[in-house]
Design a protein. Structure first.
Length: 314
């Protein structure tokens, strides 16, 4: 029970910040455009700086060498989830113009706006490298296979653009990770004032991410949430199948216990925040995607303490 209550406290830390964002949005302090600006600040400025500071502060070359080979586990789990999503979408008779979006949301998780703050609240900065390993795989899958599936639902003929895709995959957070790794590998010491700036601005990542979620939930409207085969299939994939598959993959491995916990939690995070944006861009069902982001985000706050209690048994 101690683990369960500790997990609840970690989630409450997150929930309070989400509630502040929600309340401020309801009082018109934040508009929908404000949420977009906050999201850009987090993904393009705060999070890359956070990654550079943490990696250069807490990592050595030996730690990096031990870490990167385990990238295979998120890759395998997402491939399995994708295969299952094809079968589930047909069993649930998801209509054809939603099928690709359904599959994309089924196997991709929100590793930044929800996954990172939750892991930080529960495990502290020690969890960050494992979060980043999962993030690298997740963002690559979303901007390649996931985006293709969403585009296939939209209007018009799908065309693969290598330049655009690479730009999405090598996003500022991932580039921040790469820069941090290079600084460690080449033993480059940053000036003290740069380290301080990286820390101060990087520390904005968690609270701003939670404000963004609160704003998004407010504008989506809690009254508009509905549960049907379209949503229950996604929720089952995100919070039941994804963590079970990851658990089975990691069960007999000798990787660090904290890494196992982080990977399982990351697998069970809500739908990618970018899903509605991509759906809107390509003429797919953006409203469905937005509703699933909201529903899965809210439900994740209930599921995390339960998952934390269960994964302690690994």
């Amino acid at each position: 029970m101690g683990v369960f209550f500790q997990s609840i406290q970690g989630v409450l830390v997150i929930l309070v910040m989400i509630a502040i964002g929600y309340i401020l949005a309801s009082r018109q302090w934040f508009t929908e455009k404000s949420g977009q600006i906050i999201a850009r600040i987090v993904t393009q400025i705060a999070l890359p700086m956070y990654m550079i500071h943490t990696i250069t502060s807490d990592f050595t070359v030996d730690k990096l060498r031990q870490l990167l080979p385990d990238i295979k586990f998120p890759i395998i789990s997402m491939i399995i989830l994708f295969a299952i999503s094809i079968a589930v979408s047909r069993i649930l008779q998801i209509r054809k113009n939603r099928r690709g979006l359904f599959q994309s949301m089924f196997f991709n998780s929100n590793t930044v706006f929800v996954g990172l703050p939750i892991n930080m609240a529960l495990f502290g900065t020690e969890s960050l490298p494992y979060v980043l390993v999962y993030y690298m795989v997740n963002t690559t899958f979303f901007w390649t296979l996931g985006t293709y599936l969403i585009q296939r639902d939209g209007e018009g003929e799908w065309r693969f653009d290598w330049i655009s895709t690479l730009r999405k995959v090598f996003s500022p957070p991932l580039l921040g990770f790469v820069v941090g790794v290079l600084l460690v590998l080449f033993d480059i010491q940053l000036p003290t004032f740069v380290v301080s700036d990286l820390q101060y601005i990087g520390d904005l990542t968690v609270p701003l991410s939670m404000f963004f979620i609160g704003i998004a939930v407010h504008h989506a409207g809690l009254k508009n949430l509905t549960f049907n085969q379209y949503s229950l299939g996604i929720l089952g994939g995100r919070f039941i199948l994804a963590p079970i598959i990851m658990f089975l993959l990691l069960w007999k491995t000798d990787m660090p216990h904290l890494m196992k916990q982080v990977f399982i939690l990351q697998a069970a995070m809500p739908v990618m925040t970018n899903a509605p944006v991509v759906a809107s861009l390509y003429g797919a069902d953006a409203n469905y995607a937005a509703a699933m982001v909201t529903e899965s985000t809210i439900l994740s706050l209930i599921m995390v303490p339960i998952l934390m209690t269960l994964i302690q048994q690994i």
